[in-house]
Design a protein around this ligand. Structure first.
Ligand code: TYD
Length: 208
């Protein structure tokens, strides 16, 4: 059976990736593909419990503890959800993956990227997403959106300078891996963002 493809969505909090998720699934299903939608941290019973701890703003933890828990959840996610689905020919769309660890734990928290690269190699070997859509917005726009929708979690309560570093780290990675990471300007209108997502996915669908 033909192996499925692995698509990940990234962006700072408030970049609008959750809104685009439904659109991406619709486009893939219209193309006749079987899809599995999942998220990080999370996606498995254990991973969702780790997510609760990671997002709980009443908990403090060392940045390395945070990184290790992210990768622990990821190991489980790969084993129980991502790899089995890809093997069965399904297309996996994950709301965040390892680029988020480089952006938040290294960019945001200042952890050594080399340590994260070791965890990445340990947990996923050579596996990388086939396509990553990075939804880019200025920090003020992201913060404005987050403040309107809900009570903030342990990451969302961070200040603008944290998100400036997270965004800069995402932009660096997009430059480092231009074949895999496609930047979508998410400060445009909703319909323009949808059109940009559609164009990017069509390229992938046409190249099989
Ligand atoms: P997010 O995906 O924004 O979900 P929601 O839209 O429900 O808030 O929340 C996950 C948070 O976890 C987000 O602030 C980024 C953070 N995160 C990391 O710091 N490192 C990681 O490796 C991952 C996957 C997420």
């Amino acid at each position: 059976m033909k192996q499925g493809k692995f698509i990940t969505l990234e962006g700072i909090d408030g970049a609008g990736k959750s809104t685009q998720l439904a659109w991406i699934v619709e486009l893939l299903q219209r193309a006749g593909l079987n899809t599995v939608v999942t998220r990080e941290p999370g996606g498995t019973p254990l991973g969702e419990q780790l997510r609760t701890l990671l997002l709980d703003k009443s908990i403090t933890m060392h940045p390395e503890t945070e990184a290790l828990l992210m990768f622990a959840a990821r190991r489980e996610h790969l084993d129980k959800v991502i790899l089995p689905a890809l093997t069965q020919g399904q297309w996996v769309i994950s709301d965040r993956f390892t680029d988020a660890s480089f952006a938040y734990q290294s960019g945001g928290r200042g952890l050594d990227g080399g340590k994260l690269a070791i965890l990445e190699q340990w947990v996923q070997g050579k596996l990388q997403p086939d396509l990553t859509l990075y939804f880019d917005v200025p920090v003020e726009v992201g913060q404005q959106r987050v403040s309107q929708i809900k009570s903030v979690d342990r990451f969302e309560k961070e200040q603008a300078d944290f998100f400036q570093r997270v965004r800069a780290a995402y932009l660096d990675r997009a430059k480092q891996f231009p074949e895999r990471i496609k930047l979508i300007d998410s400060s445009q209108s909703l319909s323009e963002v949808k059109a940009a997502v559609e164009r990017t996915l069509k390229v992938m669908l046409n190249h099989g």
